[in-house]
Structure formats: structure tokens, C-alpha cells
Design a binder for this molecule. Structure first.
Ligand code: GLN
Length: 482
């Protein structure tokens, strides 16, 4: 834990952490040491992790990367983080994200963008050792000795993906052993793909949403972001489980996911959906996808071409359903109950001032879209239509499971892009989620596994989607791909 805390310091220039909790980490680590000494170690004992700042942590600042939650210290702990602490995990701190998890690049955060550890740059200030050895070398040295806070000169700053950008960067930079993420339309899987780590979005209902700041309640799901498939298996087991405090939490047993890693996928039927060959997809993403099929085949799996005919409607449906639910969930930030208050001459003006100043551009855009599609004259044309599309997408998958056991696709249609790119074009940004949103709309588990580097030297991920509550099969197949 001490080494990881030094790594946190050494990488402050990446803007990963919103709140560092060294005191809590050292206290938890000490308790873990005592359990190890007594021979009573817990499943995640002493493992230093980062927590996406969307999980409420008792007495610890929780911001959702929004100005509107200024100073909010929840009097309660989210069920998922409580499960992790119960199993001995150590909290290094709360990490950056897109504001209210709305985004695909971690650039909508009130606290500024996260810089991907894959960015090209060099150190410019240094007490010892020659400058310019890169983020990983910096972290490696921090593990050996305390480091001065580093200044970087960046050639090109890359996004870590989003919305779980801080979580992705923390794991990729070796600052945390693992991190919690949340995924409403791809926010665990897409950043995992961008930085070359493993990200698992479980089945809707597998992990409790209680105490997680809500974005779109029928889509939100928490999951692990880790360096290896085995780590994801171990961490998911701790995070998951029935919770009576979340009415959508599923009362189904949580298997020992680590046992699923057998290396044996003989006979596993892998669906390749033809509709995912989208126009304009770079040739190398297609190549990587074929490569993934070959890898699975070599291990005994049987590829089958399948059809998910409503795929092209998934993205538009998502960008109606998600903002609709967000506009309702975000109604609670009124300047009275949480965080920021900006005074006005009367109550109404106080609401307006607080919400006008407290929410960033992207969040305001979503609230406008959401309230529009829910309003009396447009409800049937947009919201109801989107719900019908959602049902069709779920049906597509149900039919597909007659032919296959797991589905393989690319995680994202591109590698990480530069900070500042795509910022003025919300549609271009939304296109990042084209392969990930269907699993959210259908409530299915999805997992991104690192599958190599693109021609530009940046990581690419492959996505596995599985049957409801069958994360074990995803983990089994993912372990063959990694
Ligand atoms: N990028 C998607 C969005 O902006 C998904 C975000 C998420 O999964 N939280 O809504």
C-alpha cells in the first residue's frame, strides 16, 4: 500500500485522483497485515484499489466529477464498496470520471481531463536519474523510493476513454491493482479497451446499485477494471451479490468465478454478429476481430455467424433512454439537499442558479434531451419508440443464444484519441459506444479483454457478451484471449 501511495503521488500529473485517501488506505492495510499474521486473510486482503468517484463512500468526498456535488460527504457507503472493504480491499482514493458518468473520454469532468498513461511525453523536472523515461518507469521507481511530484511535457495527450477514465488510467499506470467502474453504455469496457486492461460489466442486477450516484437506472451497472482476467474474476465475486436495498438487485448465487478459468473452451459456440461490421470501421479493427476468432478457434471453440438485426437502432435508442432517465435522476440536485447552492432572489431563482452553474455542458445537454423526449407531445414518438427498440434488441440476443454461447465483437470502433479531439461533435463522441450499448439495453454481461496493439501503437480490446448471469463463461473465454 505504501508503494502504491507513492505511485499515486508520482503520477499526480495525470489527474487520476479527485480525492486521495492515504490515511484510510494505511489503516485498512494495517488491519489486513494483522489478519495475514493471524492466518485469517480475506479474499481481497490488502489489495490497494481505486474507487470511481461515483460510488458513495461514507464520510469521504463523493463528487461524481460534478461541481453540483461540491463538498458532499455521504453519510452512507455504497453496497459494492462496502462488499470490497468487507473482503479486505484497501482504498487508495476516489478517481476521476466524466461528469455524472456522461461521456466516453473523461473530458466532461469538472476536475479536468485524465491523461492516459499511454500519452507521449517526457519528464521535465527531475532530482535524480535522467528525464524522459515515461509513466511506467516513473511508477516503477516510485515503488522503490519516494518521488518528487513530476512535471510532464506532453507531445500528445491521449484520453483514457470514459466515463471510467480515472479507473482505467489508475490500473493501466500500475498505480492501483484494480479499480471499480460503472457502465451505463460502455463506460467500463471502452476505457478498458483504450488503455489495454480488462473491464467487466456484469449482468444488470448482479452488483447492487445502492449508493452509486444514478445516471440511467435501468442501464447502470458496476464492475471490476483490472490488469488480468483472473483479477476481474476475484474482484467481481467480492463486488457482486443480492442486496435488499436495491429493488433491481438479483437474488441469484454468486459463483466462484476464478474456478471458471480452466483454459478449456472446446465446443464453445462463439457468435460473430454480421451487423457489427459497421461502415467505416478501420481495417485493423476488423483484422483484430478475425484474429480473436482464430485464437478462440485454435483453443477448440466453434465460431458461428449470427444476426442481431436491430443493432443499428441501439445507439439512437440508448441516446434517448439514457438522457430520459438521467433528466429524472438529476432532478434531485436542487441546491437544497446536496452539495452546491447558488443563492437567488427567491426559491426558483436559487434552483436555476444552482443547476445552471452546477452542471456542465454535457450534463445540461442530456437534461434537455431527456426532458424533451419525455414531454407530453414527444413521448410516444421518441421515448416509447426507443423502449420498443430496446425490447427488439433484447429479443435479438435471446434468439442468438439458440445458436451460440457467447458473442465476440470489437469493444470500440477506434483506439484512444487526443484530448481536445471530437469535443465539439457530440455525435462523433457518441459513436464510440456503438458496440457496447446493446449489452446495456439488453441487461447482458459484457467484457473487454486486451487483444494487442494497433498500428499506431495503442491498445485495442475485444468484447465478449454473454447470457444473463453467465459471467463465468465470459471469464473462461476471456482467459483464452488475454
Ligand atoms: N459514453 C456513454 C455516455 O456518454 C456511456 C457512459 C457510461 O457508460 N456511463 O452516455
Amino acid at each position: 500500500t505504501e508503494a502504491h501511495l507513492r505511485a499515486v503521488e508520482a503520477t499526480r500529473g495525470l489527474n487520476i485522483f479527485i480525492t486521495e485517501t492515504a490515511d484510510i488506505a494505511l489503516r485498512q492495510a494495517k488491519a489486513a497485515d494483522e489478519r495475514y499474521a493471524a492466518g485469517t486473510a480475506l479474499p481481497m486482503d490488502g489489495l490497494p484499489i481505486a474507487v470511481k468517484d461515483l460510488f458513495c463512500t461514507e464520510g469521504v468526498l463523493t463528487t461524481a466529477a460534478s461541481h453540483i456535488l461540491d463538498g458532499f460527504k455521504p453519510p452512507y457507503e455504497s453496497s459494492v464498496t462496502a462488499n470490497l472493504w468487507r473482503d479486505g480491499a484497501v482504498m487508495l482514493g476516489k478517481v476521476n470520471l466524466d461528469e455524472f458518468a456522461m461521456g466516453s473520454a473523461n473530458i466532461t469532468s469538472y476536475y479536468g481531463p485524465v491523461i492516459s498513461p499511454w500519452s507521449k511525453g517526457r519528464r521535465v523536472q527531475r532530482d535524480a536519474a535522467p528525464a524522459g523515461s515515461g509513466v511506467l518507469a516513473e511508477v516503477a521507481e516510485a515503488f522503490r523510493q519516494p518521488q518528487p511530484v513530476t512535471e510532464w511535457e506532453w507531445e500528445r495527450k491521449l484520453v483514457p476513454g470514459g466515463s471510467s477514465g480515472g479507473s482505467a488510467a489508475a490500473v493501466a499506470a500500475r498505480v492501483a491493482m484494480a479499480a471499480t467502474g460503472t457502465d451505463t453504455g460502455g463506460s467500463i469496457r471502452q476505457p478498458a479497451s483504450f488503455v489495454g486492461i480488462v473491464g467487466l460489466k456484469p449482468t444488470y442486477g448482479r452488483c447492487s446499485r445502492w449508493g452509486i450516484v444514478a445516471f440511467a437506472s435501468s442501464l447502470d451497472q458496476a464492475g471490476p477494471m483490472t490488469r488480468t482476467v483472473r483479477d476481474a474474476a476475484i474482484m467481481l465475486r467480492s463486488m457482486a451479490g443480492f442486496d435488499p436495498k436495491d429493488s433491481t438487485s438479483a437474488d441469484v448465487p454468486v459463483p466462484d468465478y476464478e474456478k471458471a478459468i480452466t483454459g478449456d473452451i472446446r465446443g464453445l459456440r462463439v457468435g460473430i454478429p454480421r451487423e457489427y461490421r459497421v461502415d467505416g470501421m478501420p481495417a485493423e479493427i476488423d483484422r483484430l476481430w478475425q484474429q480473436g476468432v482464430e485464437w478462440l478457434k485454435a483453443a477448440g471453440a466453434v465460431p458461428v455467424e449470427i444476426s442481431l438485426p436491430h443493432t443499428k437502432y441501439a445507439l439512437p435508442a440508448y441516446y434517448i433512454v439514457a438522457p430520459a432517465e438521467a433528466s429524472s435522476n438529476l432532478a434531485r440536485y436542487d441546491g437544497v439537499r446536496f452539495g452546491l447552492r447558488v443563492e437567488g432572489k427567491d426559491l426558483k431563482e436559487m434552483y436555476e442558479n444552482t443547476r445552471g452553474e452546477g452542471f456542465g455542458r454535457e450534463v445540461r445537454r442530456r437534461i434537455l434531451i431527456g426532458t424533451y423526449v419525455l414531454s407530453a407531445g414527444y413521448y410516444d414518438a421518441y421515448y416509447l419508440k426507443a423502449q420498443k427498440v430496446r425490447a427488439r434488441i433484447a429479443e435479438d440476443f435471446t434468439k442468438a443464444w439458440e445458436q451460440c454461447d457467447v458473442i465476440l465483437t470489437p469493444t470500440a470502433p477506434n483506439t484512444a484519441f487526443g484530448i481536445g479531439e471530437k469535443m465539439d461533435d457530440p455525435i462523433a463522441m457518441y459513436l464510440n459506444d456503438v458496440f457496447t450499448v446493446p449489452a446495456n439495453l439488453a441487461g447482458l454481461p459484457g467484457m473487454s479483454v486486451p487483444a494487442g496493439l494497433a498500428g499506431n501503437g495503442l491498445p485495442l480490446g475485444l468484447q465478449l457478451v454473454g447470457r444473463p448471469f453467465d459471467e463465468a463463461t465470459l471469464i473462461r473465454a476471456a482467459a483464452v484471449l488475454e
